[in-house]
Design a protein around this ligand. Structure first.
Ligand code: CO
Length: 220
């Protein structure tokens, strides 16, 4: 089956971009200098550039199922290293979303195959923060909390990488943020984790976890 409609879309998009800014592609060819690295979920409903209103060239992006940062994942670590050491981004945004299929699957624990090994990391986060989840009276609330806790755990993981630790040792300006996106209204929420130095990591982490436990489920 042909994908001509996608190529046609592309032609229209490129023509519109040049109409609005004749030098748009010329500038992009010369260099990219994004200030942000986005680590988000592969979910088709959470496209990084669009939801933060940034054009091509402004955000470096890594996406995987459930926005995980695993300490042995060379793919994610390579993106992080290139973004921090070569592109010199100043912000790393870990962005999860409510209703994340990966988090739901991890929470249910029903076997799905190979991916269970990937989702295991979310189950580890759930186990680590089980006291937070236990305070949620209903399953929907637990899932929302787990989506938040997963973001915070991954943001914490980013901070613990040698890449971020080394950048901070060199006194480079680099802040790690934890955000969550709501599919139902398209709005982002800062989860209250923002670390710019090793000494901030644990306090920010504990503070954001505590904030998560106080968040009213009806506000989600
Ligand atoms: Co997801």
């Amino acid at each position: 089956m042909s994908l001509e409609h996608l190529i046609a879309n592309n032609r229209r998009w490129a023509a519109t971009a040049v109409q609005a800014d004749p030098l748009f592609f010329k500038r992009l060819v010369e260099q990219q200098s994004p200030k942000y690295l986005w680590i988000g979920c592969s979910d088709s409903r959470v496209p990084a550039n669009q939801i933060i209103g940034l054009p091509p060239g402004e955000v470096f992006v890594h996406r995987n199922i459930a926005n995980l940062v695993v300490h042995t994942d060379l793919n994610c670590l390579s993106v992080l290293q290139y973004a921090v050491e070569v592109l010199r981004v100043q912000h790393v945004i870990i962005c999860g979303h409510y209703g994340c299929g990966g988090v739901i699957a991890a929470h249910r624990g029903a076997p799905l195959g190979l991916i269970d090994n990937w989702l295991r990391h979310i189950q580890d986060a759930a186990q680590r923060h089980r006291h937070v989840l236990a305070r949620e009276p209903n399953p929907a609330g637990q899932l929302d909390r787990l989506c938040e806790l997963n973001v915070l755990q991954q943001a914490h993981n980013v901070c613990r990488t040698t890449i971020v630790q080394d950048a901070w040792r060199r006194s480079e300006p680099l802040t790690i943020h934890g955000w969550i996106y709501r599919l139902s209204d398209g709005l982002l929420q800062d989860l209250g984790f923002s670390a710019s130095s090793p000494s901030q990591v644990e306090d920010e982490f504990a503070g954001a976890i505590a904030k998560s436990t106080r968040r009213d489920a009806s506000s989600i």
